[in-house]
Ligand binder design. Structure first.
Ligand code: PMP
Length: 455
């Protein structure tokens, strides 16, 4: 039956019943819900028929774009054949086994065992359990502490929220769980002072060594980081950073965990961010681009040492009803087929990544843009009050949110992270769409400049 409810109807119902993620409920109560009804390629439409260019690929996830018939067909086929069976108690379904095998051909050397979850948060939570279990079986049960970074986002479940380095994530429910520590994030423009980029990268990585020594290497289980910090503002580290982090982890036998939830599946111009930055983690988490968001599925990849150790523990007391859900696995397989067949990883590295960054670099002429950063199909513009002194806008001034709203008003979806505008478009974005994105963003930046009287 045709649903004839209007935008006003949806907003009223939503205000009455729906608790939103990462939203002030007051905005929803006052009827400001955006009702998104349709998507095609890099475009979405709202319930009033307005078109938006989606500069965020949903939530960093719709890598192959909206409306892919091939993915719809994969879901339909699997639904008809077997909508559900679990992987508990020695069972599998062909889709989940095929997906584990396919992933093993894409991940860095040695990472060829996969534990499935339904979300990035669950994957990171799982890592906390698995890594502590690993050390217990290795005869080092005191190795429990996880070190992550300020501005990190690793999820909203209890352990994943503790891994986060965003103060508001900890403030909500009274801090972190025990045995979580944080070091500085490697944002050269914001924190580098007079240091050169490479020198700052080394120094930021060496904060890990210092922290391990303070905590005692015998107590530190793992370091976890997003190859490029996403929700913290698209912070791509200097090239010296990751190799030094890896060296330090190896030196103190601290496991290296890459959170590839955003970076995985082509976004940085390699299948995984670890490959872009030249590291081989012991454990990796992935989600989002794994199914391009068409269905919830995520995974923890582990290397042989980790897998063989936890295999030695016998019955594994861990898992989810929907681990490796066959329909989600089928859509992930079809999604990987599209990424591979259409060469989207190379396209990011050689074509649209460079084009996006060249185009955005022109916007740094604006008096309000201090820095363009990012890599591949991940980018951010840092809004700044005074370019010479790098004086930032305050939260109260809200330049980021002002500019984001100005983008929305022009039919462009971007995200504001603090006083940065961040972008993570689908990997199928065209040059014409990048031009449209940059035009709209330039216009929104001009309005922001006028609003804050920077001219
Ligand atoms: N890790 C990273 C790097 C993320 O960006 C996110 C989500 N934005 C998560 C983990 C959590 O994933 P999910 O929202 O699927 O739980």
């Amino acid at each position: 039956m045709l649903d004839t409810r209007t935008t006003d109807d949806w907003q009223a119902l939503d205000g009455a019943h729906h608790v939103h993620s990462f939203t002030d409920p007051a905005l929803i109560a006052s009827g400001k819900t955006r009702v998104v009804v349709r998507g095609e390629g890099c475009q979405i439409w709202d319930s009033d028929g307005r078109r938006f260019l989606d500069g965020m690929a949903g939530l960093w996830c719709v890598n192959v774009g909206y409306g892919r018939q091939e993915l719809i067909d994969a879901v339909t086929r699997q639904m008809a054949e077997l909508p559900f069976y679990s992987n508990h108690f020695q069972s599998t379904t062909p889709a989940m086994t095929a997906l584990a095998h396919r992933l093993s051909t894409l991940t860095p050397e040695g990472l060829d065992h996969f534990l499935f979850t339904s979300s990035g948060s669950e994957a990171n939570d799982t890592v906390v359990r698995m890594v502590r279990y690993f050390w217990k079986l290795q005869g080092a049960p005191r190795k429990r502490i996880f070190i992550s970074r300020t501005m990190a986002y690793h999820g909203s479940t209890l352990a994943a929220a503790s891994l986060c380095g965003l103060p508001h994530m900890h403030a909500m429910d009274g801090g972190t769980l025990p045995d979580f520590a944080h070091i500085v994030h490697p944002h050269w423009y914001g924190l580098g002072g007079t240091l050169g980029k490479d020198e700052f990268g080394l120094q930021a990585a060496q904060a890990l060594e210092q922290r391990i020594l303070e905590l005692g290497p015998e107590n530190v289980a793992a370091f976890i980081g997003e190859p490029v910090q996403g929700a913290g503002g698209v912070i791509d580290p200097p090239s010296t950073y990751w190799p030094e982090i890896q060296r330090i982890c190896r030196k103190y036998d601290v496991l290296l965990v890459a959170d590839e939830v955003i970076c995985g599946f082509g976004r940085t111009g390699s299948w995984f961010g670890a490959q872009t930055f030249g590291i081989t983690p012991d454990v990796m988490t992935m989600a989002k681009g794994l199914s391009s968001g068409y269905l919830p599925i995520a995974a923890v990849a582990m290397n042989r040492r980790v897998f063989e150790t936890i295999s030695g523990g016998g019955h594994l007391a861990h898992g989810y009803t929907y681990s490796g859900h066959p329909v989600a696995s089928a859509v992930a397989l079809a999604n990987i087929d599209i990424i591979a067949r259409e060469g989207l990883v190379d396209r990011v590295r050689e074509d649209i990544g460079p084009y996006l960054h060249e185009t955005l670099a022109r916007l740094t002429d604006s008096p309000i843009v201090g820095e363009k950063r990012g890599i591949g199909a991940l980018a951010a513009l840092q809004l700044i009050k005074n370019k010479a002194t790098r004086e930032p806008f305050t939260v109260e001034e809200g330049a980021g949110i002002f500019c984001r709203e100005a983008c929305y008003a022009r039919g462009l979806i971007v995200r504001a992270v603090g006083q940065s505008i961040v972008l993570s478009p689908s990997l199928v974005i065209t040059h014409a769409e990048i031009d449209e994105l940059a035009e709209k963003l330039a216009d929104a930046l001009e309005e922001t400049v006028r609003h804050f009287r920077l001219l």
